[in-house]
Design a protein around this ligand. Sequence first.
Ligand SMILES: [Zn+2]
Length: 103
Amino acid sequence: MALSGYPVLCYAAGCHSPAVYKVAARWSDGITHELKTYYLACAACLPTLFAAACAKRNACRLAADETLDVPGIYELARGTRDRELRRRLDLEAQLHSTPRDSS
Ligand SMILES: [Zn+2]
């Protein structure tokens, strides 16, 4: 039984698929920087969770010195450090440009 063999699962309620993307935003208080993770998502749940992360980010109240970028989509790779994750700007653009509640 290898603990490291466990797949990371999608955060969506009721979804048990392995996560392949990380939805995260760069946060800083002017001194330290970190990648703040909102959700881990499988491909099917990515649009929903990405939209939820954007809503959360917009509702977030920041202190004067804090900055929080808009959420980004990163490819989840086992054993890869946060700053080495590959960002999927193409997916972000695609999801931003497809509003789901308008005709
Ligand atoms: Zn899912």
